[in-house]
Ligand binder design. Structure first.
Ligand code: FAD
Length: 372
């Protein structure tokens, strides 16, 4: 059996690529070294982002932000796709797109948000700058005294436990072969295609998609390709359930924070705080304490809420935060689906585009700016 497409990695990127490619009629095989959704896609904080993150904006500057902003149209289109995914895939994904508010910790940071919002608007993203009065009228759950914030109406949340498994189910229904516990250990070229060693068994495919997340650099190296993907251990916490309080995704400019309330009532508290490596990623309680203190500084009602679980996972990063997408110029037929840091948000649109490209079709979005 020679497949049209072999996809390496059973996270959101791999399962969504498999779904879109199989739906387009391709013979697809999905190769996963462990089981589906055990990587970043099933361990993330579930935030649907569109704003340029504040931390790198402060550290890397406005020139970086203007270059990074080329990804915003991908976020906007992916959120459009997210909004219709429950219907398309026929299952609940917990998607809610009511907005995200980046709260400024100081007047200087509010000015930086204003500068950042001009860059975001230039890419077609709607950002409303809110005053202190707007905050007290619209967001009464916040601590009083913050000078303002940036509100993006399309941001939100979705459920990381559900998305990749649902894409996988629909991909399998459309004919995708799934091989779990099949770590890819070698990829070689043969007869204009590839032979992939997965779990010790050869798999023959005309084209290959690398969707191996934080391990993507190791997979690319099997074909002598160097990609700037790094693996970072980061962590998230979730609290006990409480009645609805937070309608939006919240961020804070002074230190790294994302905060939102799941449909079931628990508060998810993250923002990319570092975890520790001990064999694998493990929670670093120093990060947890600082992360929780920040959440409480923003929303005082969290003071008596109990944490029920904190966890750590590896995220795929790139030094400049930009994704690496599309066919590798020096290895025709080898495609990269590597969206760092915010790949949960971008996964659907990017994977749809990679599926199209790898089948020789024209994608809905232009990935050329993100070529290796
Ligand atoms: C704690 C945390 C919080 C995050 N929060 C958010 C958020 O709120 N919003 C957001 O947009 N993004 C967030 N992210 C980032 C997002 O989760 C990732 O960018 C995205 O899930 C990457 O998806 P992926 O499918 O590329 O990678 P993964 O989900 O990691 O999947 C890669 C898969 O490849 C498999 N694999 C690796 N090597 C091999 C091999 N050799 N052979 C076979 N299979 C292999 C792995 O086992 C894994 O299953 C967060 C990430 C983390 C870790």
């Amino acid at each position: 059996m020679r497949y049209d497409l072999a996809i390496i990695g059973g996270g959101l990127a791999g399962t969504a690529t498999a779904y879109y490619a199989a739906r387009a009629g391709a013979r697809v095989i999905l190769l996963e070294r462990r089981d589906l959704n055990l990587g970043a896609s099933g361990s993330n904080a579930g935030s649907i982002h569109a704003q340029i993150p504040f931390d790198p904006f402060r550290n890397l500057g406005a020139d970086w932000a203007r270059r990074y902003a080329e990804v915003l149209p991908l976020f906007i289109k992916s959120i459009d796709l997210w909004a219709g995914l429950e219907k398309e895939l026929g299952g609940e994904l917990g998607f809610v797109g009511k907005g995200g508010l980046m709260v400024a910790g100081s007047k200087a940071e509010l000015e930086m948000l204003q500068e950042k919002s001009a860059i975001e608007r230039a890419q077609g993203l709607r950002i409303d700058i809110w005053s202190a009065q707007d905050l007290s009228e619209q967001a009464p759950f916040l601590t009083k005294g913050f000078p303002g914030g940036a509100f993006c109406p399309i941001e939100g949340k979705a459920d990381p436990f559900r998305v990749a498994p649902l894409f996988a189910s629909r991909a399998i229904e459309a004919g995708t072969a799934l091989r779990r516990n099949a770590p890819v250990t070698a990829i070689d070229r043969e007869n204009g295609g590839f032979v992939i060693t997965a779990g010790g068994t050869p798999v023959h495919a005309a084209r290959v998609v690398n969707a191996a997340g934080a391990q993507a650099a190791e997979v690319a190296a099997m074909l002598g390709v160097s990609v700037p993907i790094e693996a970072h251990a980061i962590q998230v916490s979730v609290t006990e359930k409480r009645p609805p309080l937070l309608p939006w995704l919240l961020y804070f400019t002074s230190e790294k924070l994302t905060l939102k309330q799941a449909a079931e009532g628990g508060f998810l508290i993250g923002g990319g705080w570092p975890a520790r490596m001990r064999g694998g990623p493990v929670v670093d309680h120093r990060s947890t304490l600082r992360n929780l203190a920040l959440a409480q500084r923003l929303v005082p009602a969290l003071a008596d809420v109990q944490i029920v679980r904190s966890w750590a996972a590896m995220v795929n990063g790139t030094p400049d935060w930009r994704p690496v997408l599309g066919e590798v110029p020096q290895v025709p037929g080898f495609f990269l689906n590597l969206f760092p840091w915010m790949g949960f948000t971008a996964g659907p649109v990017v994977s749809k585009a990679i599926a199209a490209l790898s089948l020789g079709m024209t994608p809905d979005v232009d990935l050329a700016p993100f070529s290796l």
